[in-house]
Design a protein around this ligand. Structure first.
Ligand SMILES: C[S@@+](CC[C@H](N)C(=O)[O-])C[C@H]1O[C@@H](n2cnc3c(N)ncnc32)[C@H](O)[C@@H]1O
Length: 273
């Protein structure tokens, strides 16, 4: 049987690539990097040049960073060889040779990795919530603090509100597939949560549990306390705005320490060295 005919017999889920779907549904590197650049510039009055992407997954943000400036340099750190290999083939190899010279994909544990100093370090999409013990999260924040240049800034994110402290499934219809964020289990005592990403396709096929995360739902104040204990000098929260009429999340983040919306908040956090 020819490859084409064989492929036709496969369902859309069988033909799909989970990392590609993740990049399309979860990670908006362009938006994140705009936020990082603009916020760093607001605070430090200059442009950041060097960046480390922790929990890098497919290393997408690190690769996009090198396209944004001829001096930009990036390090992507993840301890999973499979996802790094995917990122190498689909993101790194698509860069121009000169850009490739300025990005390094590193297989390592973020708690142990040593990289040259950087202006900005990123831990996005709540990935650091895999660190459930206070001592581990503090150790991680300390190591980021050491890695940053004197005027470096650590960017991370968080979410919360009453809806976060429960189980739920959020559905997003995207081009060619549906993305599901499944907060499958929640222990209100320890704040441990079990989440999954599933994908659904128009031919009714499914990719269940494409990604699985066991996290501690850290609170904003707890994160802030640990950042200060790790040595950061100032911590800022930038909370996402919602449209007052439609209740839809907007692409706008406002620096504040007060959240009016009780059901749900989502924020970028910037910790200055
Ligand atoms: C949800 S993905 C994040 C992908 C991407 N950075 C983003 O913002 O969407 C989380 C990644 O963290 C990696 N990871 C988890 N714990 C880690 C650790 N201690 N050191 C390095 N990588 C880790 C996993 O292998 C996984 O690829």
């Amino acid at each position: 049987m020819s490859k084409k005919k064989k492929d036709k017999k496969l369902t859309m889920a069988q033909r799909a690539d989970r990392h590609e779907l993740y990049q399309e549904s979860v990670q908006d590197s362009e938006f994140e990097l705009d936020f990082v650049q603009d916020t760093y510039k607001d605070i430090r009055k200059k442009k950041p040049v060097t960046l480390r992407e922790d929990f890098a997954g497919t290393s997408r943000s690190a690769c996009v960073w090198t396209k944004r400036g001829k001096d930009n340099r990036a390090y992507a750190v993840d301890f999973d060889q499979e996802v790094l290999d995917w990122g190498h083939e689909h993101n790194y190899m698509k860069l121009k040779p000169k850009q490739r010279e300025r990005v390094e994909l590193i297989k390592a544990d973020v708690l142990k990795v040593k990289t040259p100093p950087v202006d900005v370090c990123l831990a996005f999409n709540f990935s650091y919530w895999i660190l459930q013990e206070r001592k581990d999260l503090k150790k991680y924040f300390r190591s980021v603090h050491r890695t940053l240049n004197d005027d470096g800034i650590f960017f991370l994110d968080g979410f919360g509100g009453s809806e976060a402290h429960t189980t739920s499934v959020e559905k997003h219809k995207l081009k060619g597939f549906t993305y599901l964020w499944d907060q499958n289990k929640y222990n209100p005592l320890t704040q441990e949560m079990q989440c999954y990403i599933h994908f659904r396709f128009p031919d009714k096929s499914k990719m269940d549990k494409a990604f699985s995360y066991t996290w501690r739902l850290w609170g904003g104040h707890e994160i802030e306390d640990l950042l200060y204990e790790a040595g950061f000098s100032n911590v800022r929260f930038y909370v996402q705005k919602f449209d007052e009429k439609t209740d839809e999340a907007l692409d706008e983040f406002e620096e504040t320490r007060v959240v009016e919306e009780h059901e749900c908040w989502i924020a970028y956090i910037a910790a200055e060295k």
